[in-house]
Design a protein around this ligand. Structure first.
Ligand code: CO
Length: 491
């Protein structure tokens, strides 16, 4: 009988990706395009009407000098308009002050050195009054007639939704001052009527004590509620969750030594240390303005994104993507050559916070490596049944996102469609079916490493495993992106 031993290196399954295919999605896209997509496999549903906007780093080098982290690239907006079974593509860079200056100079304004994750560290630079560049690359939303490119450390940039031309910084009628942070992860809460919908968002100014502000805007972009509180210690908070009665923040157990950053030796991300022995703090701020903070704690984990949260009996349920520790990249290694085995995988977990005992119980919902959770926007802050995620092709280990995963949170059933080996999955954007609750379509960009081009895939949410009902071939690649959103308005 063979002697069984555990191997420290798990061989990749035969269906897995090739490194050079993965690296291909990190090339800059310098051109700006505007065209009707004419290579379409399958059919775009007639009911699918509106515009998907999507943001992400468009330039991974400036004048040939590569960036140190892909999240540092200048924001580029893609707009996909669907109407009468046809689709139009357009992309434009956010013409931030920094982008224009660097393009004119032909070089990166961040000078050399070992820069690491989130090297531009706007939030950190901001805390120390260091000049930083607003890269406007994380998310894009259309709200109250404004198309906003979001980046958490600074004011949003406003663009023309029809042409994607950059119009300038948005200050919400004087609410935001120059350099004020503004989260890239707002939540839209559905009201009883469309006019009662709310854009709920926040900002964090980290420091020795971190100041968290929350804002609610009505459909005319009027500020209808604001509040703030301080949490002791440094706070790295990228996303939050909202329920009918609470704003929810996870304070990851990290500490910061800003000195090497301030002195210019290190990137902001490199100055962060994950404290494994310390809990992740969960803060609930009531939406009624009472200021009665609730604080609870759970085992150490690092969270960038929450899928959703809601209230049930005396509990607040929060579903979040958790990393075992802060996913730091090795600053000595080019991010295109990242070894996924050295980075902790992300998994979907459920947290149940009791509003009577303030104890938290947690359980894993999805153990496959996953990120970019999406759900029917009509279910935000409400009990919901289905969540959709970008996921790894393999059920275990860490790997790039290559698949779309649907999870039935009632039964635990999973449905997967994978674009492996040559396809790499972006964030799925949920487009609600106009007439059917909890149904719609997922639209995602898939980078095809063999063809060095990207496809737009459309999947029907009620049947993920059958694969795309339509696959739209773009004439070029689109670099791996971050977040996007849908509006039924046609542009
Ligand atoms: Co994000």
């Amino acid at each position: 009988m063979e002697n069984l031993t555990l191997s420290t290196s798990v061989p990749r399954p035969s269906t897995a990706y090739l490194d050079h295919n993965w690296a291909g999605g990190h090339q800059s896209l310098t051109e700006e395009y505007d065209y009707w997509i004419d290579e379409i496999e399958g059919e775009i549903p007639q009911e699918l009407k509106g515009t998907v906007f999507r943001n992400g780093p468009g330039l991974l080098d400036v004048g040939g000098t590569p960036l140190y982290h892909p999240f540092d690239g200048d924001g580029m907006i893609c707009a996909l308009t669907f109407d009468q079974g046809k689709a139009h593509f357009r992309n434009r860079f956010v013409k931030t002050a920094g982008y224009l200056a660097e393009q004119a100079a032909g070089k990166n304004s961040v000078s050399g050195g070992c820069l690491g994750l989130l090297s531009r560290g706007g939030w950190l630079a901001n805390a120390f009054d260091i000049n930083f560049k607003n890269i406007a690359n994380t998310h894009v939303i259309y709200w109250a007639g404004k198309l906003l490119a979001l980046w958490e450390a600074d004011q949003p940039y406003r663009l023309d939704p029809a042409t994607l031309e950059t119009l300038g910084l948005e200050d919400f009628s004087g609410l935001l001052k120059p350099g004020d942070p503004f989260s890239a992860h707002p939540r839209i809460l559905k009201g009883a009527t469309a006019a009662e919908d709310r854009l709920v968002t926040f900002s964090v100014k980290p420091g020795l004590s971190s100041v968290v502000k929350v804002y609610e805007f009505d459909t005319q972009a009027n500020l209808v509620h604001q509040d703030q509180f301080s949490m002791p210690g440094f706070a790295f908070i990228h996303d939050f969750a909202v329920t009918p009665h609470y704003y929810i923040f996870f304070q990851n157990p990290v500490t910061l030594n800003p000195l090497p950053f301030v002195l210019g030796f290190k990137g902001a991300g490199e100055c962060i240390t994950f404290k494994k022995g310390q809990p992740t703090q969960i803060w609930l701020l009531p939406r009624n303005g009472s200021g009665h903070l609730i604080k609870a704690a759970t085992e150490a984990c690092f969270v960038f994104h929450h899928a959703n949260a809601y209230e049930q009996d005396d509990q607040v349920i929060i579903d979040s993507i958790c990393y075992d520790s802060f996913p730091k990249l090795d600053p000595q290694v080019d991010f295109r050559d990242i070894n996924f085995d050295t980075v902790p995988p992300a998994q979907l977990w459920r947290f149940r916070l009791s509003l009577t005992s303030f104890q938290v119980e947690r359980q894993p919902l999805v153990t496959r490596s996953c990120e970019f959770p999406a759900l029917d926007p009509r279910q935000v802050s409400q009990p919901y049944r289905f969540v959709y995620l970008g996921a790894a092709d393999a059920a275990t280990g860490n790997a790039p996102l290559q698949a779309l995963l649907k999870v039935d949170l009632q039964t635990g059933a999973e449905e997967l469609w994978s674009a492996a080996p040559q396809g790499f999955m972006g964030e799925p954007v949920f487009i609600p079916h106009p007439a059917v609750a909890e149904q719609g379509w997922l639209v995602a960009l898939v980078y095809d490493g063999d063809r060095n081009r990207s496809d737009v895939v459309i999947l029907a949410t009620e049947n993920i495993k059958q694969g795309p009902i339509a696959r739209l071939a773009l004439k070029h690649h689109v670099p791996y992106g971050l977040h996007g959103s849908f509006t039924p308005t046609l542009f």
